[in-house]
Design a binder for this molecule. Structure first.
Ligand SMILES: [Zn+2]
Length: 489
């Protein structure tokens, strides 16, 4: 934490003479200054009561007893926490998948994120197997630009690799991409052959790009699916049996071996079980650099939800699947002890009607358990309020670690002078209940329906713009910016 003291009295941002551009006008409009008073500031390493002064999109001063100049907005955070804006490192907002489209767009998806305290989403730009990276890039930009209400970036999925693709990937790296996504699952659709994977990782190692991986052995999954269906086992309760924990562990081991061979640094997306975690520990002891992401769904829900009658189970279908309950304790321990590093949602919203595409065949149920709005408050309720996770580690797991792993730190992920003014004022005394009726995502259900929550995001700012008040979106649509990132290792 850096303090600046003994500076001039606070003065509002002043537009430069003669600068009449639209951007400058907009800046002037939104940058009269924002002062958050008397909150308890929590970063991944510090905890203290102070005021935070924001202008020109950034935090410019942290000190006691600051007085706002005329025209600035003052928010009283007495008795509340002030957190850095939270980062969801794994979301799917625009997503064509399994013959349909996820129902959020960049407006509803990012409003849901903001109401839950998330100010940066890391989405996935995913070319179809026959599409070029740059073509997918143009598509995703056409969906996000002018529509996103919080800041965003993409992990660039590599679904095909040859010299032409490599050249385009290098162009996209120059545009600020510093992470790839690869799929070991979804053979024939998004998955890479091993030669392609090896070459992709070589390029990543050379360019300092972190590689996010969906780790399941695709060949085994395909065969188990076919055998279950042939035996008349078509319901959603057989989804987990088609991709058991040891299949995820096998994919994880394979990916880690490829990292070791190429020198690339990796990140296991949505790790769900003890068997896969053990592979990452083994890999690290072999000198492989790999980080681990867990999902709020895997921490709180188990496979019994995906066995509910009357096709209710379809709401709980995602891959890797919800696991046997004993895995939850392992994942919580991993987060507490530093074996796992981030908590994401893999938000992929498909409605109950869309889920019915798989009524006769579980392999056709669109995968995803939406929860972008719920991640922070559910983890606070079950992690912090229970005494399991301290407040600093809470910030690390939900914001700082992702910022550091993916090249956003210290612009994002902390509260210090010079960081973007992405702030969350959190009221820990609020008690409420989760319901699809009050959520902001376009999807029509919530797997945490009726679950109690402790705490609420009273105020959420993105680069000094107050986007949420009293838990509701009140801000400006379309102000979200694409975040350019540099190489991360
Ligand atoms: Zn995903």
């Amino acid at each position: 934490m850096r303090f600046l003291s003994g500076l001039d009295p606070l003065t509002p941002f002043v537009q430069r003479d003669g600068d009449t551009s639209a951007a400058a006008q907009r800046n002037m409009e939104i940058q009269m200054g924002l002062l958050i008073k008397n909150g308890e500031i929590i970063t991944a390493s510090d905890r203290f009561v102070a005021d935070v002064w924001c202008e020109n999109e950034t935090i410019t001063r942290i000190d006691k007893d600051l007085v706002a100049p005329a025209g600035a907005e003052v928010i009283d955070a007495t008795g509340k926490y002030v957190f850095p804006g939270f980062i969801d490192p794994h979301t799917h907002i625009y997503l064509p998948f399994m013959g349909t489209y996820a129902v959020d767009d960049y407006e509803t998806g990012t409003i849901a994120a903001l109401c839950g305290g998330t100010t940066t989403v890391m989405d996935f730009c995913i070319p179809g197997r026959d599409e070029t990276p740059k073509s997918a890039w143009a598509t995703w930009n056409s969906k996000s630009e002018g529509k996103a209400c919080c800041d965003y970036t993409y992990h660039m999925a590599v679904t095909h690799f040859d010299q032409a693709a490599a050249a385009e990937l290098r162009e996209l790296i120059a545009k600020g991409v510093s992470s790839f996504k690869i799929f070991l699952a979804y053979a024939g659709a998004l998955g890479l052959e091993d030669d392609e994977l090896y070459q992709t990782l070589k390029l990543a190692a050379d360019a300092g790009v972190r590689v996010v991986a969906h780790c399941e052995n695709a060949c085994i999954v395909c065969n188990l699916q076919a055998e279950l269906l042939a035996a008349g086992k078509t319901g959603p309760e057989f989804h987990e049996a088609s991709r058991p924990a040891w299949v995820e562990a096998d994919g994880t081991r394979h990916f880690c071996a490829m990292l070791k061979a190429t020198g690339a640094q990796g990140y296991i997306a949505h790790l769900s079980c003890a068997e896969a975690l053990r592979e990452t520990v083994e890999a690290r002891m072999n000198g492989t650099h790999v980080a681990v992401e867990t999902l709020i769904q895997h921490l709180l829900l188990d496979s019994s939800y995906a066995e509910r009658p009357n096709f209710e189970a379809a709401k709980y279908i995602m891959s890797p699947p919800l696991r046997e309950k004993s895995n939850q304790k392992v994942l919580w321990n991993a987060l507490e002890s530093g074996l796992a590093h981030t908590i994401a949602t893999d938000h992929a919203p498909f409605t109950t009607t869309q889920k019915r595409m798989g009524i006769d065949d579980f392999t056709k149920i669109p995968n995803g358990i939406p929860s972008l709005e719920d991640r922070v408050r559910m983890f606070y309720t079950h992690g912090v309020a229970t005494g399991r996770i301290d407040l600093n580690h809470f910030v690390g797991l939900l914001s700082t670690h992702a910022a550091k792993l993916f090249g956003l730190y210290p612009r994002k992920g902390t509260i210090q002078v010079g960081s973007d003014a992405d702030l969350v004022v959190y009221d820990p005394t609020y008690e409420g209940t989760i319901s699809a009726n009050t959520q902001h995502s376009a999807v029509d259900y919530n797997v945490f329906e009726g679950w109690p929550v402790k705490g609420r995001c009273d105020m959420v700012s993105v680069r000094g713009n107050v986007q949420v008040r009293d838990g509701e979106f009140v801000g400006k649509k379309g102000i979200g910016q694409f975040l350019r990132r540099e190489r991360v290792y």
